[in-house]
Ligand binder design. Structure first.
Ligand code: GUN
Length: 292
C-alpha cells in the first residue's frame, strides 16, 4: 500500500506557485489577488477560509477576507458580488458555502462573473469543463486529477466508482475522469443514495472516489485487492479527548481498507490540502489569463 500524500503534493504545488509569483514580480507583472467572502460564523467555514487566506500569504498572493453578518439580505450580498465583479484588482473570489438559509445559493453563484469564479461553480465554467474547453475546474476534483497525474496513476480504461453526485465533487470528478486526455479515459459509474447494490459495484471497482460525507462508510469487504482509494470525506466527529473537541473523519475505514488497497489518500492530509492548492492554482491561472 502506498499513501497518496496530498499534504506533500500540496507543498510542492505551492512552491511552484510561489516561484511563478516571484517571476511575475521580477517581470513587473500583476500579483495574483484572491478574495474570500464569508457570511456568518460557521466553525468549519471559518477554518477553511482562514486556511485559504493563510495559503495566499504563503505563496505571495494578495488576499482579502470579506466577513459579512449572518443577517445580511440576499440583495445586499448580490450588491457586494457586483462590486467584486467590477473590482479590477481582483483575479478571482469565492463565496464560502454553505450560506444562511434565507439566501439562495444558486442566485449567488449565478451572479459571480465566470472569469472570476475560481471555485468553478458557475454553470458557464461547469459547462465549459464538461466540453473540455478552457474553464476553472472546481478545486477538489482538480486536486484529485492532480494526485493521479503526479503519482503517475494510469486511470485509462479502469473502472471507477464515484460515490456521491454533488455539484462540487462527485458530478465533476465523474466527468473529468471519463473525458479524453492525458489523465482520463476511465469508465465511470456515478453512484448515489438511490443506487441499488452499491457493494457489488465497489467490489469490482479499480478506483473508488468517495464523496459521501459518512464517516467510515467504506469497509474492507466492500473493495477488491489492489484498489485505488480517493477519500474526499471530511466530517467533524465529536471527540471529547481531543483538544479541539472533534476529529476529522473520512468516508473510508482507513485501517480496514488500506490493507487491500494499492494506493490510498489519508484523512486528514489527502484530498483536503490539495483543494486549497488548486484554488491557488486557479487564481494564478486567472491572473495569467487576464494579464499575459
Ligand atoms: N464549502 C465547502 N467546500 C467549498 C469550496 O470548495 N468552495 C466554497 N466556496 N465553499 C465550500
Amino acid at each position: 500500500m502506498e499513501l497518496l500524500d496530498g499534504k506533500k503534493l500540496s507543498h510542492q504545488i505551492k512552491e511552484e506557485i510561489k516561484k511563478a509569483v516571484a517571476m511575475r514580480i521580477e517581470k513587473g507583472l500583476k500579483i495574483p489577488h484572491l478574495a474570500a467572502v464569508l457570511v456568518g460564523n460557521d466553525g468549519a467555514s471559518l477554518t477553511y477560509v482562514g486556511s485559504k487566506v493563510r495559503s495566499c500569504e504563503q505563496v505571495g498572493f494578495k488576499s482579502t477576507l470579506i466577513r459579512l453578518e449572518d443577517s445580511i439580505s440576499e440583495n445586499a450580498l448580490l450588491l457586494k458580488i457586483k462590486e467584486l465583479n467590477n473590482d479590477m484588482t481582483l483575479d478571482g473570489y469565492i463565496v464560502q458555502l454553505p450560506l444562511p438559509k434565507h439566501i439562495d445559493d444558486e442566485k449567488i453563484l449565478l451572479a459571480i462573473h465566470p472569469k472570476k469564479d475560481v471555485d468553478g461553480f458557475h454553470p458557464a465554467n461547469f459547462g465549459r469543463m464538461a466540453l473540455e474547453m478552457e474553464s476553472f475546474i472546481p478545486a477538489t476534483p482538480f486536486g484529485i486529477m492532480e494526485i493521479f497525474k503526479r503519482y503517475q496513476l494510469d486511470i485509462s480504461g479502469k473502472h471507477c466508482v464515484v460515490i456521491g453526485r454533488s455539484h462540487i465533487v462527485g458530478r465533476p470528478i465523474s466527468i473529468l475522469m471519463s473525458q479524453k486526455g492525458q489523465i482520463g479515459n476511465a469508465t465511470v459509474t456515478l453512484a448515489h443514495s438511490r443506487t441499488k447494490g452499491l457493494e457489488k459495484l465497489t467490489q469490482k471497482a479499480d478506483i473508488i472516489v468517495s464523496a459521501l460525507g459518512i464517516p467510515n462508510f467504506l469497509k474492507g469487504d466492500m473493495v477488491k485487492e489492489g484498489v485505488i482509494i480517493i477519500d474526499v470525506g471530511i466530517t467533524r466527529v465529536v471527540d471529547k479527548n481531543h483538544p479541539k473537541g472533534y476529529v476529522i473523519k473520512g468516508d473510508v475505514d482507513f485501517k480496514d481498507v488500506s490493507r487491500k488497497s494499492s494506493y490510498i489518500t489519508p484523512v486528514p492530509g489527502g484530498v483536503g490540502p490539495m483543494t486549497i492548492a488548486m484554488l491557488l492554482k486557479n487564481t494564478l491561472l486567472s491572473c495569467e489569463r487576464n494579464t499575459n
